[in-house]
Design a binder for this molecule. Structure first.
Ligand code: SAH
Ligand code: TMP
Ligand code: ZN
Length: 405
């Protein structure tokens, strides 16, 4: 296997074992045909790119019944509203600008541009979520973004002033085709802003649930600099974000068009200081994952022996890695509560734990809730006061396995 960024040979540093499609919630009649692959992370010692070795075909993950709708989280709605406001203020001050978003999902970000009357276009291959955006007045085409799509958009609309992408660049294995497309579509002085879960946060918190089929890459600033450099594009700014358990926003531009902020060099120095370029760091991460798994299973076994009911909170894509790597079964976890209608009534990928509507949780609290949606902890804890007050306990595993009572 070769690195998807620099083409040098790479090796896995560990295996999480056989994994199903992280968002592949399914019905009993589908259990026998469930697809599995080997989830093995790797770190390229040459360019610093963290990636998984094997990834299922994108068509198996992004399709007409994709289960993730961005607007299910109010925290994310607020986050994207503030991103839209800053893009409008900083980048769209010229006459009749054009904004493109890659992976626009249900329109969570672009709706702010649509509402203010800016020319905009979302590119979203999962037809069901794209349809929600379209019905809310967000211009959307349903296809994968690549060089051919970029050319078509440019021919029909002209060049883009700004291209945006949130939590999608890390999903795309054919990253070179995407960057060529961005280069083709972007005005010479245009800017490309993208954000994704950040490798530094994942390592620091042992948040190994960031590693699943869709996340073919977990980026660091060093690796992103090396990747875009191959296209004469430079990272002109970086800004840490609290979303998805710790993300980074990167601003990219053609070399020489914009001033680079000091934040880029500072973050690169920080990455060197925490050893993000060293293989030893990933071996330590592997040991931390193994330790975390042992502690979580010990805790769940203990709760089971004490006859405590434990339910999962949030059937996140991330939980698929935790559940299947740790070996959590329907004995440990009676159900997982989730507010997304398309997930309810189905079963979790791999372990086949029932996914039930939120009312199941709110009407009869379990003794313990395993917080799979830990990236939304603040929002969730704030609205679940009653659970705590009636004696309910939260079980967390990031950064450490802990029970809050
Ligand atoms: N931007 C949203 C959605 C992130 S989920 C948010 O941050 O909440 C990732 C989305 O990217 C999915 O809706 C998926 O269908 C889409 N996607 C995956 N591959 C893509 C590609 N090659 N081009 C455009 N979108 C893609
Ligand atoms: P995410 O971690 O990928 O954003 O997914 C969050 C999942 O958790 C999504 O399926 C919706 C669900 N969820 C709830 O069930 N209740 C909540 O309060 C929140 C914020 C999310
Ligand atoms: Zn590499």
């Amino acid at each position: 296997m070769n690195c998807r960024s620099c083409s040098r040979p790479i090796e896995p540093f560990m295996s999480f074992g056989r994994m199903p499609i992280a968002n592949g919630f399914l019905l009993p009649e589908e259990f026998s045909q469930e697809y599995f692959f080997d989830l093995m992370p790797s770190f390229c010692t040459h360019c610093g790119m963290f990636q998984i070795i094997e990834q299922p075909d994108p068509g198996m993950m992004f399709h007409g019944h994709y289960a993730f709708f961005s607007q299910t989280s109010t925290g994310m709605c607020l986050h994207f509203q503030s991103l839209a406001e800053s893009v409008i203020a900083d980048c769209l001050t010229i006459n009749d600008p054009f904004v493109v978003e890659i992976g626009s999902n249900d329109g969570i970000l672009l709706r702010h541009f649509a509402k203010s009357g800016f020319r905009h276009l979302g590119v979203e291959p999962s037809a069901n979520v794209a349809q929600v955006a379209t019905s809310n007045g967000v211009n959307t085409i349903s296809c994968f973004f690549n060089t051919a799509t970029a050319e078509k958009i440019r021919n029909e609309n002209g060049e883009a002033d700004v291209i945006l992408a949130a939590n999608v660049m890390c999903h795309i294995p054919t990253i070179h085709d995407v960057i060529s497309g961005i280069r083709l579509l972007l005005k010479p002085e245009g800017r490309f802003l993208f954000e994704d879960p950040y490798l530094g946060n994942m390592i620091e918190k042992t948040a190994y649930d960031q590693i699943y089929d869709e996340h073919v890459f977990i980026f660091s600033v060093g690796a992103v600099v090396n990747l875009f450099q191959q296209y004469d594009l430079e990272v002109i700014d970086v800004l840490p974000q609290p979303t998805h358990g710790g993300s980074m926003r990167y601003t990219i531009a053609r070399r020489g068009f914009h001033r680079t902020t000091d934040r880029v060099e500072k973050q690169l120095q920080k990455e060197r200081a925490i050893g993000l370029h060293k293989p030893e760091t990933f071996l330590r991460f592997k040991e931390n994952c193994e330790q975390s798994k042992k502690e979580l299973m010990k805790t769940l076994q203990h709760l089971l022996s004490e006859k405590q009911t434990v339910a999962g909170y949030g059937a996140t894509s991330k939980s698929t890695t935790i559940i299947n790597y740790c070996g959590i079964t329907p004995d440990h976890l009676v159900y997982i509560s989730d507010t997304t209608p398309t997930k309810q009534g189905k079963y979790s990928p791999g372990a086949h734990i029932p996914i039930l509507p939120y009312t199941r949780f709110s009407e009869k609290h379990p003794h313990v809730a395993l917080l799979f949606a830990w990236n939304h902890a603040e929002e969730i804890m704030a609205k679940e006061n009653r659970f705590r007050q009636s004696g309910g306990r939260w079980l967390l595993y990031v950064p450490e396995v802990t029970i809050l009572s």
